[in-house]
Design a protein around this ligand. Structure first.
Ligand SMILES: Cc1ncc(COP(=O)(O)O)c(C=O)c1O
Length: 418
């Protein structure tokens, strides 16, 4: 087969949409090829060197037995056909109940649309709410699907770098207020935040809400780490700000160590739900009927699992963070939530300021692989430059991986200090 000079689907020399989506997500190499995501590439890097893979945020612990039993029960009960377009009623009811019970967020089952993970909910909401040519303002670094979804909608992602001062992370409200304008269709807020673990408090949420409202933008929230908050409670923007212009996204993947199930949801006013459903209808229509039933039962009947799971994870965070703190020249952002610890290695001896080569070096020298943080930023942005020596390490892996990774990091720190 002869090599194509232009990507498949090109018309008149224009880059096709799929290629632009990949480019927006930083996946197009200098020579124009679309690469695998950074998570896949770093997994290969770890495997090639026998390193502990603390890259992708895939939990090492199994999904709880009550969840698996509930899915099997649902299958035996015959829940194996297409779900309703809006999702299984029992899950819509359970999501609404759970938002009120755990966060004081008043939600009706009719406000809930079940999706293929949070990723589909985010994409459907973005395509529904961001007209072409508008801006989506987002805190940076950010989850990689946002940029591709913005491109799909024909909108522009406007990243606002988080304020970072050594190990302290916060929101730069002045920069956020400056970034919004009458062109802003969506302010996209990820709290608890990947990859810094930042959890916004009520006052901060009110400030972000006021900034979105000042320009008539939707506040789209990504709360997938809502149940993995260690020191204080998650605050749901929808509870603090009321319905109005808030559109909420979350999913069961992180909550129940079941990221492969891809059961997510969107909570929104009826007209937004209708628009988002129109988008998702022809992507997946609906998925995972028995898993939807199982997540409904888990949310309803097993609230005690939620803090227990967060406690387990907090222990692994402490193990990893303790090891990282010993590395001379490493500045560690201690995460208040989530799966990840972000480490700035700019003070490390021999650090060249390129997180990708540094990650390779540490893979070889330490035997631990993470994700270079610039891959989670807009390509070449000021935040990507500021974090050019930062690596994200995941502590959601199994206890064995985290323990081995931490031991290797401690040994590395000892060698450096000797
Ligand atoms: C911030 C954030 N949002 C969304 C997702 C995706 O969630 P899901 O697997 O439910 O699509 C992730 C997964 O890593 C994430 O980190």
């Amino acid at each position: 087969m002869t090599a194509r000079s232009t990507p498949i689907g090109s018309l008149g020399g224009e880059q096709p949409l799929w290629h632009r989506m990949s480019e927006a997500a930083g996946l197009v190499s200098a020579t124009g090829e679309v690469q695998e995501t950074v998570f896949g590439r770093m997994t290969q890097l770890a495997a090639a060197h026998g390193a502990v893979n603390l890259g992708q945020g895939a939990p090492g612990d199994p999904a709880p037995g009550f969840l698996l039993d509930a899915a099997y029960d649902a299958m035996l009960d015959g829940a194996n056909q297409y779900p309703p377009a809006n999702g299984v009623e029992a899950l819509r009811e359970a999501v609404a109940m759970h938002r009120q019970r755990d966060w004081g967020h008043r939600v009706e089952p009719a406000d809930v649309l079940i999706t293929a993970g949070a990723t589909e909910a985010l994409t459907a909401a973005i395509v529904a709410l961001a007209p072409p040519g508008t801006d989506i303002v987002v805190l940076e670094p950010y989850y990689d699907s946002y940029a591709a979804a913005a491109e799909l909608a024909g909108a522009r992602l406007r990243p606002v770098g988080l304020a970072m001062d050594g190990a302290e992370v916060g929101v730069d409200f002045d920069a956020l207020a400056e970034a919004v304008s009458e062109r802003t269709s969506i302010v996209l807020l990820n709290t608890p935040h990947n990859p810094t673990g930042l959890v916004l408090d009520e006052e901060q949420i009110r400030r972000v809400g006021a900034i979105a409202e000042s320009v008539g933008a939707w506040l789209l929230t990504d709360e997938v780490y809502e149940h993995l908050v260690f020191e204080r409670a998650h605050i749901a923007p929808g509870a603090v700000l009321g319905g109005g212009n808030v559109v909420t996204v979350s999913s069961a993947g992180k909550t129940y160590n079941a990221t492969g199930w891809k059961i997510g949801w969107l909570i929104a006013p009826p007209e937004v739900l209708e628009a988002a459903r129109a988008v998702k209808q022809y992507l997946t229509f609906g998925i995972g009927t028995p898993m939807q039933h199982a997540v409904a039962r888990a949310l309803r009947d097993h609230p005690a699992f939620l803090p227990e799971n967060a406690r387990t994870l907090a222990g692994r965070r402490d193990t990893l963070v303790d090891a990282l703190h010993r590395v001379p020249g490493a500045t560690v952002v201690v995460p208040a939530s989530g799966y990840f610890a972000l480490v700035d290695f700019s003070g490390l001896d021999g650090c060249t300021g390129d997180a990708f080569s540094l990650n390779e070096r540490l893979t070889r020298e330490v035997g631990v692989t993470g994700i270079p943080v610039p891959a989670l930023c807009a390509p070449g942005s000021p935040t990507a430059r500021a974090l050019s020596s930062a690596i994200r390490y995941s502590f959601c892996k199994g206890a064995d991986d985290v323990d081995v990774g931490a031991a290797r990091i401690r040994a590395f720190a000892q060698r450096l200090s000797a």
